[in-house]
Design a protein around this ligand. Structure first.
Ligand code: NAG
Ligand code: NAG
Length: 499
C-alpha cells in the first residue's frame, strides 16, 4: 500500500503547548495500568482470524499491540474530567493506531484519528494494517453494475495510513479526545431507516464485532464490555435514521441508554473545525467493505462477515436483555424450556402485499387454536403494526415459536430467547426463498424452518435464493395442519433439554 501524501504545511499546528507535569503523570499511570491489563488478557483481544485475502503480518500486529496503550475493555477506567479533553504527545510519540479486530466491513480500531472528514491510521508498521477497502468505502450507495461497484472504492479522502512523522506534521502535538467506545457507521442513508436493515444488519453486525472482545458473555447477558458512548453516522443525515415504525430509535436508546447519536451533519461540524480528533476505540462498520468479503458473497447478509470473528454463543444477550427489559419484560421470561410455550403468528393479512391465501390463513388460525385448546400453549395471532412498540418487544421476548410470511414483521425474532426449542417458521411462495430471516435466526442460535405449502426445509438443506412470480403476491399457500404438527414436534424434541 502506498503511503498517501500529507496535506499542506499550512495545516501544521505549531502552537500546541507542551503537556503539563500533571498530564505526563496521568498518561504514565494510564500507560502502566493499560500495559498491565494488556498483558493479562492479550489472548482475549488478539484471537487470531484467518487471513486469506489480505496481506496481514500477525506477528507485526502483536508487536504493535504491546507498545500501544488502548482503552480498558473491562470499563473500570477512571472517570474523565474536563481536563481530559485533549490528548497530547511529544514529537512523534502519539499513540499509534491498533487494529484490534479485523474482518471485512467490521473493524475495531484503537487510537484512530480524524481530520477534515478523513480517518487517519497512524502507524510505523503499515504492513500491520489490512487493505483499507476491507475497512471503509467512499460511502457511495450500493447499486449493481461494475461501474457502480467501482464508485464504492475508498479514496484518500475517506481513510489514510500515515507515519507518526507525517501525523505530527498534520496534527501538531495534540488532538481533541473522543473518549470511550464509538460505533461508527460509514454507510450512506440507503439502508438505514428500515427496522430490519438497521437492527438486524447494521447494529447486529457492529455489536457482533464488538462482542468479539468478550468471548465469555453469559446466557444471562453478563459481560465485561463497556457500552458504546456514541454512534456516529458519517454519511447518513439525521432524517434518514428513523424508520416508519420508529423501532430503530427505541432499540438504540434502550440498548445503550448512555450513548448519543451523531449524524452526517454533526460529522461535518467536527470536520469543518479543521482540527484533529483522537478516538480511543472505534467499532467501524461499512457495508460496501463487508460486501468485498467471502461471507457476504455466500449469504448476502451484511453482518455475516462479523461472524468470522471469535465470540460467545450468547453474544447478543446483553443487547437483547437491555431492549426487552426496557420494554418492561423480565429478561428471564421465556428463558429455559419448562415454561408454557408461546406461539406467535405474525399475520400480514391486512398489509396488502405478500399475504397468505385467505382460506389458508383461516386454516392456520384454526390449527393454532386447536393447539392452544388441546395442549395449553399460548397462541397469539398479531399484526405487528397494530401493536405498540412496547407490546412488540414484550411479545417477541416471550415467544417460543414465531411464524409468518417473509417480511419485516419477522425482524422481531431477534428479541426471542435462543433456547433449544425456540424456532421461526417462515412462509414463502413455493420455490421462493430469501435468507434474510433464516440467516438472522441461525446467527442467534434459533432454529428456522422455511415453508412451501405443506413442506418445509431447514439449514443446511436450503434452496437457492429465488424470487419467483408470486413471491410478493397475495396467494401464498400454507398447510395449517402441517405447521401445527411441526410445532408439536419442535416442542417435544427439546422438552427435556434446558439451556
Ligand atoms: C512479520 O513481522 C515480523 C516482526 O516485525 C518480522 O520478523 C517478519 O519477517 C514479518 N513477516 C512477513 C511475512 O513480513
Ligand atoms: C477539507 O475537505 C474539503 C472537502 O473534501 C476540501 O475541499 C478542503 O480543501 C479541505 N480543507 C483543508 C484545509 O484541507
Amino acid at each position: 500500500m502506498a503511503l498517501p501524501t500529507v496535506g499542506p504545511a499550512s495545516q501544521r499546528r505549531s502552537s500546541w503547548s507542551s503537556p503539563s507535569r500533571r498530564e505526563f503523570a496521568f498518561v504514565a499511570v494510564l500507560f502502566v495500568i493499560l500495559v498491565f491489563l494488556f498483558e493479562s488478557d492479550l489472548s482475549l483481544r488478539f484471537t487470531t482470524q484467518s487471513a486469506n485475502d489480505w496481506n496481514w503480518n500477525y506477528s507485526d500486529r502483536k508487536e504493535e499491540a504491546k507498545i500501544t496503550p488502548t482503552i480498558d475493555t473491562a470499563g473500570d477506567s477512571d472517570e474523565l474530567t474536563m481536563n481530559d479533553a485533549r490528548i497530547s504527545w511529544d514529537g512523534n510519540q502519539m499513540p499509534q493506531t491498533v487494529v484490534v479486530q479485523h474482518t471485512q466491513g467490521f473493524n475495531i480500531l484503537d487510537n484512530l484519528y480524524s481530520l477534515n472528514g478523513t480517518m487517519y491510521i497512524v502507524t510505523d508498521k503499515p504492513k500491520s494494517i489490512p487493505p483499507l477497502r476491507l475497512i471503509t468505502s467512499s460511502a457511495y450507495p450500493v447499486f449493481n453494475g461494475e461501474e457502480e461497484v467501482a464508485k464504492r472504492e475508498p479514496t484518500s479522502k475517506d481513510m489514510r495510513v500515515i507515519s507518526p512523522k507525517d501525523a505530527r506534521k498534520l496534527f501538531g502535538s495534540s488532538a481533541g479526545r473522543v473518549e470511550g467506545v464509538t460505533f461508527l457507521s460509514n454507510d450512506p442513508p440507503q439502508f438505514v431507516n428500515h427496522y430490519y436493515h438497521f437492527c438486524a444488519e447494521l447494529l447486529f453486525g457492529m455489536w457482533r464485532a464488538y462482542s468479539s472482545l468478550d468471548p465469555t458473555i453469559k446466557s444471562t447477558g453478563q459481560t465485561v464490555l463497556p457500552p458504546p458512548r456514541r454512534m456516529i453516522f458519517t454519511h447518513t443525515p439525521e432524517d434518514k435514521f428513523r424508520d416508519y415504525a420508529k423501532m430503530n430509535q427505541w432499540v438504540f436508546h434502550s440498548a445503550f441508554p448512555s450513548a448519543s447519536l451523531e449524524f452526517s451533519e454533526d460529522w461535518e461540524d467536527r470536520s469543518e473545525t479543521l482540527k484533529p480528533f483522537f478516538f480511543d476505540r472505534v467499532v467501524f462498520g461499512d457495508r460496501a467493505a463487508a460486501m468485498r468479503g467471502k461471507a457476504f458473497v455466500a449469504t448476502e447478509r451484511f453482518a455475516s462477515t462479523a461472524f468470522e470473528l471469535p465470540g460467545s454463543a450468547k453474544w447478543f444477550e446483553p443487547l437483547r436483555s437491555n431492549v426487552v427489559e426496557f420494554a418492561g419484560l423480565s429478561k428471564t421470561t421465556g428463558a429455559g424450556t419448562r415454561q408454557k410455550p408461546v406461539i406467535t403468528y405474525v399475520s400480514r393479512q391486512s398489509w396488502g402485499r405478500r399475504m397468505l391465501k385467505p382460506e389458508d390463513h383461516e386454516g392456520l388460525v384454526k390449527a393454532l387454536k386447536k393447539l392452544e385448546k388441546e395442549h395449553g400453549y399460548e397462541v397469539n395471532i398479531v399484526e405487528m403494526d397494530k401493536l405498540t412498540r412496547e407490546e412488540q418487544f414484550q411479545l417477541a421476548g416471550r415467544t417460543t415459536i414465531m411464524m409468518g410470511v417473509h417480511g419485516n414483521g419477522l425482524t422481531s425474532l431477534i428479541w426471542m430467547h435462543p433456547t433449544p426449542r425456540a424456532a421461526v417458521f417462515e412462509f414463502f411462495y413455493p420455490s421462493g426463498f430469501a435468507e434474510d430471516y433464516e440467516w438472522t435466526a441461525r446467527a442467534l442460535g434459533i432454529r428456522h424452518y422455511g415453508w412451501w405449502g405443506s413442506s418445509y426445509f431447514s439449514s443446511p438443506d436450503l434452496p437457492p435464493r429465488s424470487y419467483p412470480e408470486g413471491f410478493q403476491g397475495n396467494d401464498i399457500p400454507i398447510d395449517g395442519e402441517a405447521v401445527a404438527r411441526l410445532v408439536l414436534h419442535q416442542l417435544s424434541l427439546n422438552e427435556e433439554a434446558d439451556d
